[in-house]
Design a binder for this molecule. Structure first.
Ligand code: ADP
Ligand code: MG
Length: 346
């Protein structure tokens, strides 16, 4: 056999091997894709769904659902027996590690957002009827009285004994951060079960675990705050939480005015910072949930300044009242939209 022929045979063999490798990887992916398990559950006042891939997906999801139910029972302000309600009533006591963690994160957020995120806004939320859906517009006097006892920094926490002391007339609600925390816990449990690919959707709070089974990025659509059923764009992510807050999610109307469920602790009224929605992308969903609420309260300028200071920790997509979209630098190339948008740089 001459050298030329040998070379041709070598090349042909190499091509055959490469093709075989390609199809074996592809069939493995298809296999993994076929092992998709998904389960839905109603908890924390919203519909949640977990999609996971792989051999252990079934057990992983069962464990995750149990954790969601456990946290829901612990954190629900709607139930008198929840840990949150018991502490709101008794004002002091030893708390669970979950409560302690959420309290410390919330106090940290209160500080960094200069009070825009405040878990003690609960009595004001209740005055507006958001807790029992019996909506009303409270008087300025009523609001101002309640605001006297709104200040998360005044809650005392003793790390050594895990003991909390809440001032008289103050009450706590982790509603602005609970779903993000829950999604962090779910992601952690799925990882414990060696799940490499999953999509956790807790009522629009999304945690994209790993990449998709075929190795590509997860695509998470961001709702259009002005047009139901439409989207302002898509972020492509892996191992990131994508969490959105907006005034369009929960609101009521009275005398032609619309009132939503994100309260500005400065005046006790639904925040009017000029933003229609705030999406936070981060590998810390607890932070992302808290910040989606806080940046919405702050409004565009303060929100962008906050990002400039803490840009190591998160990226954001901000949609303002005029429909303009602002996307922070780190998402450049990972955000796509048919609409016009601006990149915000450091
Ligand atoms: P959703 O829970 O609808 O996804 P958010 O994450 O923005 O939306 O949380 C809104 C919830 O946070 C409210 O229902 C209320 O319980 C709580 N909340 C409202 N305003 C504030 C605030 N300024 N700081 C902290 N929590 C807030
Ligand atoms: Mg939030």
């Amino acid at each position: 056999m001459n050298d030329k022929l040998k070379n041709i045979i070598r090349v042909v063999l190499l091509i055959v091997i490469l093709v075989l490798i390609y199809f074996s990887i592809k069939s493995q992916n298809t296999l993994l894709e076929n092992k998709k398990i998904s389960q839905g559950i109603f908890a924390m006042d919203t519909y949640m769904e977990i999609q996971a891939y792989g051999d252990t997906a079934n057990e992983a999801i069962s464990a995750a659902i149990k954790e969601i139910q456990r946290l829901d029972a612990l954190l629900s302000t709607g139930s008198d027996e929840s840990e949150v309600s018991v502490l709101n009533k008794n004002k002091t006591g030893r708390v669970s590690d979950d409560y302690a963690y959420l309290l410390q994160r919330s106090k940290g957020l209160w500080e960094s957002t200069q009070g825009a995120f405040d878990i003690t806004i609960y009595p004001v939320m209740r005055a507006w009827g958001f807790s029992d859906k019996d909506y009303r517009v409270p008087s300025d006097e009523e609001i101002n009285n309640l605001l006297k006892n709104t200040d998360a920094s005044k809650i005392n926490f003793d790390e050594e004994t895990n003991t909390v002391l809440i001032p008289e007339n103050m009450e706590v609600d982790f509603g602005g951060i609970a779903k993000g925390y829950t999604s962090d816990k779910v992601a952690w449990i799925l990882k414990e079960y060696k799940t490499e690919s999953a999509l956790i959707n807790l009522g629009g709070n999304v945690w994209a675990l790993g990449a998709k089974p075929d190795g590509s990025l997860w695509k998470v659509a961001i709702k259009n705050p002005y047009k139901k059923g439409e989207y302002i764009g898509v972020v492509s992510v892996k191992d990131k939480a994508v969490i959105t807050s907006g005034g369009y999610e929960r609101y009521f109307e009275k005398d032609g005015e619309s009132y939503h469920h994100i309260i500005n602790p400065e005046n006790g009224k639904p925040a009017k910072g000029g933003l229609a929605s705030v999406t936070i992308v981060s590998n810390d969903a607890t932070l992302a949930d808290g910040l989606s609420t806080a940046l919405y309260v702050m409004g565009m300028d303060k929100a962008i300044n906050y990002w400039k200071e803490y840009n190591q920790e998160f990226e954001a997509v901000l949609c303002d009242d005029l429909g303009m979209i602002y996307v922070t630098e780190g998402l450049e190339g990972y955000f796509s939209s048919d609409l016009e948008y601006k990149i915000v740089r450091k």
